[in-house]
Design a binder for this molecule. Sequence first.
Ligand code: HEM
Length: 344
Amino acid sequence: MSDLYYSDYIELDTILNSQHPRSFEKMDDGNDEMLFIIIHQAYELWFKQIIFELDLARNIFLQDRINENSPDMSNVVYKLKRIVKILELLNHQVSVLETMTALDFLEFRNYLLPASGFQSKQFRLIEAKLGLKMEERYKKEYYKHTRRGSLSENDMQDVNQAESESTLKQLIIQWLERMPFFDEKYWADYESTSKTNADKFWSDYRNIYQSGLSENEKGRSAEFDNVFFSEGRGDISPSAMQAALFITLYRDLPIFQLPFELLNTLSEIDELLSNWRYRHFSMVRRMIGIRAGTGGTSGAGYLEGTLSQHYAFREITEVATFLIERSKLPKLPNVLKEKVSFQV
Ligand code: HEM
């Protein structure tokens, strides 16, 4: 048997024989269509890896129980941090395409009509698996049909299927809701400024938070009550919001370090995706101005709208609204500090 050969192992022939610039058949001198195809293919390959990592992270969370100090937890954080690194690369990659000018793009733009990145199923799968819902999208009417320039019926079905499965966001919410650190048993020796037990922690915290608000932010008091004791925020229940805030506040305790890393990484993923949307949007404006997109949207105007609306973990990031200074943090009871275990 012959030795495994590099190009066979990575199926290089298939990859390198998959660039067929349509304008090359009609034009003698090469234009930038080759670059345009290769850059999209490179993106799609990295999208594939992101989906792979996301599915692994989701599978870990799909277990009934996940121990915050176990390899499971560090594996999730590790997978998500890898996604962060890939997204950094994808942001950087935009500048390679920006070496093409608007006139260069016009040379071959008509050859790709009505295809568009809007039809990238993998991009939609990433968004859906993270937890962005069709209903929450900017100009959601664009997504509801499968006309020319939109997703095909089959691709649309796959995206709908991904949305109907447990998304990373839903799994994170369930994990936060399972956190047991507000059980009464951990709070017996809590020294409240008023009374003593877990509820008192929140009433103390609320007082400290309120007293730190400036005159024009007084409305945040009612918001605090609403977010942590009544409605929650967005998709996230009050108990999950309490857990997210608590982890953020006491992240210096060893047991909260990985959970904090996890929450922080989710915000980082949202931020990097938004950065990519911004870079893509400004590149599009430079390439086609305010012309409609090949995918049938309004073009740059649509892309600008997605920037601020397509966050999957907005509520987690906005926990920062409700922080107080470290020096003012209520002291946790010793029983909680020593005994809190997430395997309850
Ligand atoms: C000359 C370069 C590019 C131009 C002029 C361009 C233009 C556009 C436009 C106008 C849209 C809005 C949908 C439409 O009506 O077509 C769009 C969406 C999109 N493009 Fe591009 N694009 C370019 C490069 C890229 C590259 C390199 C990628 C990498 C995969 C990409 C991925 C996407 C994605 C994922 C969307 C959907 C965004 C969303 O709906 O949030 N585009 N593009």
